[in-house]
Design a protein around this ligand. Structure first.
Ligand code: SAH
Length: 408
């Protein structure tokens, strides 16, 4: 979501004549896009803000702004960080651009530098979240779910495609809950996918993240029915134990989650599934952790994002003691990581010698980089310009994180 916001901000600023710089010391305007999903992310924001303090001292004319989930109580933040010129709520891009327009003098020396359009773009289709997961701060900072009207989404994707975009990733905190906040009879995610499928010049459609309790057979069948919709699901399970899931407020059981994965794999053979897991939730016993381990071992996900539970201010879970010691959280995390590396290595090794279709995104350190429809990273060498092309690659090397191959 922050990447999507960053791209939109960059677009808006470049239209106003700004150019990006890699050195903060040279900037007239600094925008810090923030995440506070875990304490470690929040610590990074605070660290970065303290280094911006000396920048403000050296360059008092430079505007320093902060946007994103760090921004809660603006008054309290202004008191704590007086050198920050303005704070903006998550995704308040219009607010930021307006502030810049009013604060920075018209600069005739600025020329517009349209930003080269990437091959792949993020398109937020809903903002906020209506779930009440007891550990999660996102709903508190981003508010209730607001789905964008379908015609607006279609118009945006059309204009992206006109500018050369070939793949869009639809974003929502719970992207499969799209439309649930709209009046009855409104479109759901399946309808959005089908509408975008019709757009000529758009080759691939992805969506993330799906909440297991919001996934429907209609969505699964729609993914199965369209060659443009990538057969890939991001479906966070969080825990393999029913009691922990209940205390997390996840609104599904392990059996229901297993059944969902079975249904997806039955309708879309060869699809890939990624998940998120939290270890060390308050009260998580060794046996409950083992249940998560066993679930990952049996469902064999393509990717697992593992997080150590981090108490977040204002969330109900902070009323429970954070009683799994840090070393134990780390031990559990490392065990899951080791298991998943082995599983991913095996899954990817099955692609050796096979041909895959890759949409080429960019050239990086002497190699082209792209992805398969199942979201596997593929690198290959080639002297011709392959950017934005769909190429068939024969896989020659595989590892847990990526694949190497040759153009066929
Ligand atoms: N809305 C989706 C996806 C959320 S993505 C869903 O709920 O399924 C954010 C991920 O960050 C979550 O899946 C979770 O694994 C992790 N996360 C959120 N809050 C956390 C916390 N307090 N401590 C550790 N990990 C957390």
């Amino acid at each position: 979501m922050n990447d999507a916001d960053a791209a939109r901000i960059a677009q808006g600023l470049s239209a106003m004549g700004f150019q990006p710089t890699h050195q903060a010391e040279r900037a007239d305007l600094v925008i810090l896009l923030t995440c506070v999903v875990r304490q470690s992310a929040e610590d990074k924001v605070v660290g970065r803000l303290s280094s911006l303090k000396s920048l403000k001292r050296q360059h008092p004319h430079a505007l320093i702004t902060v946007m994103g989930c760090f921004v809660d109580d603006e008054q309290a933040l202004s008191a704590r960080f007086p050198y920050v010129d303005a704070f903006f709520k998550p995704s308040d891009i219009e607010g930021l651009l307006q502030f810049v327009r009013h604060s920075l003098p018209a600069a005739p020396h600025y020329q517009t530098h349209p930003i080269a359009q990437a091959v792949c773009a993020y398109v937020p289709i809903s903002y906020g979240c209506d779930h009440h997961c007891t550990y999660c701060i996102v709903r508190l900072r981003r508010g209730k779910q607001r789905s964008r009207p379908l015609p607006e989404i279609v118009a945006e994707v059309r204009s992206l495609v006109q500018r050369g975009v070939r793949e869009v990733t639809l974003l929502g905190q719970n992207v499969d809950a799209y439309g649930q906040d709209l009046p009855p009879g409104a479109p759901d995610l399946a309808d959005v996918l089908l509408a975008l499928h019709e757009i000529e010049g758009l080759w691939r459609i992805r969506f993330l993240t799906s909440h297991p309790a919001d996934m429907s057979l209609k969505i699964i069948k729609t993914v199965a029915s369209s060659s443009k919709i990538c057969p890939h699901f991001e479906l966070p399970v969080q825990s393999g134990d029913d009691e922990i899931l209940r205390r997390m407020g996840r609104r599904y059981t392990v059996a229901q989650y297993r059944e969902l994965v079975r249904t997806i794999r039955e309708h879309i053979p060869g699809c890939s599934i990624a998940t998120d897991v939290i270890v060390g939730f308050p009260g998580e016993s060794e046996a409950q952790f083992q249940a998560t381990y066993d679930l990952l071992a049996s469902l064999r996900f393509d990717t697992v994002h593992i997080a150590k539970y981090s108490p977040r201010p204002g969330t109900p879970a902070t009323r429970l003691p954070d009683d799994v010691p840090p070393e134990e959280k780390e031990r559990r995390r490392a065990l899951l990581e080791k298991l998943q590396i082995q599983i991913a290595t095996e899954i990817n090794a099955a692609l050796l010698g096979k041909r895959v279709e890759v949409l080429v995104e960019k050239y990086h350190r002497g190699r082209w980089k792209g992805r398969t429809p199942t979201d596997k990273l593929v690198f290959f060498e080639d002297t011709t310009d392959r950017r934005g092309q769909l190429v068939t690659i024969a896989i020659t090397h595989s590892g847990p994180w990526s694949l190497l191959g040759k153009v066929v």
